[in-house]
Design a protein around this ligand. Structure first.
Ligand code: PRP
Length: 221
């Protein structure tokens, strides 16, 4: 059995064409079923639905053989910033170029971020992406107090909880609707395929087939 960990929503939707290229069709609709293990047209392949942030954990510890999740999630899980990387049994062979967005620093309209940075005082930054924010501001030489949040980051500068946020930006509509402006582009994000290294050895042929089909589909785009 090959188990692929996916999260519902954009990643699931954008993974379907890649699965199709590998001859895999998911038979359940995750938006309609309460099932967490979805069957496919291939009896030897199943999809498990997990939270995006749990995908690296499932794959690393063998609850799934493969998984798809954002680079942001992988970095927060401990992966390197650049290029293909491996940590503790988790191998990232492919950038799937899906669910693309960016991680940025944003502040309230009218907040003089450049001056705050220039003056060298401490900035309070609220974010779900603590590792990414810490590394970014350390490299920049800016002292920050980080506040970990789990969602609705946009509220932090509006309520006085923080001077700035580090968050995902896709269309920019959420920032705009909340009168926030992007002041730094930290990195581009896309979803990656991750593979459990032990599974790759034990189930080499079927896993390689999926990796190769995904990479063939990407090359054909
Ligand atoms: C992300 C992010 C922003 C929004 C940006 O949230 O945290 O709130 O998308 O998208 P936009 O630039 O297209 O407006 P998501 O919907 O992933 O939910 P989350 O709050 O659980 O992270």
């Amino acid at each position: 059995m090959i188990t692929l960990a996916l999260s519902k929503g954009r990643i699931f939707e954008e993974t379907l064409p890649l699965l199709k290229a590998a001859g895999i069709q998911v038979l359940d609709d995750p938006e309609k079923t309460r099932k967490l293990i979805l069957t496919t047209n291939q009896p030897e392949v199943r999809v498990v639905l997990v939270r995006a942030t749990d995908v690296p954990t499932y794959v690393q510890y063998g609850g799934a053989d493969l998984g798809i999740t954002g680079k942001d999630t992988l970095i927060e899980h401990g992966m390197e910033w650049g290029g293909a990387a491996t940590i503790g049994g988790l191998y990232e062979p492919l950038d799937l170029q899906i669910a693309k967005c960016r991680i940025s620093v944003a502040v309230r309209e009218g907040f003089d971020y450049a001056a705050a940075v220039r003056q060298g005082g401490r900035l309070t930054v609220a974010t779900k992406y603590v590792a990414i924010a810490r590394e970014f501001f350390a490299t920049k030489g800016v002292h920050v107090d980080l506040i970990k949040l789990y969602g609705s980051m946009e509220l932090a500068p509006l309520t006085g909880l923080a001077d700035a946020i580090v968050d995902l930006v896709s269309t920019g509509n959420t920032l705009k609707a909340n009168h926030l402006v992007e002041v730094e582009h930290i990195m581009d994000i896309s979803s990656r395929l991750v593979v459990n290294q032990a599974a790759l050895k034990l189930k080499q042929a079927p896993i390689r087939r999926i990796i190769d089909a995904f990479s063939g589909a990407l090359a054909a785009q």
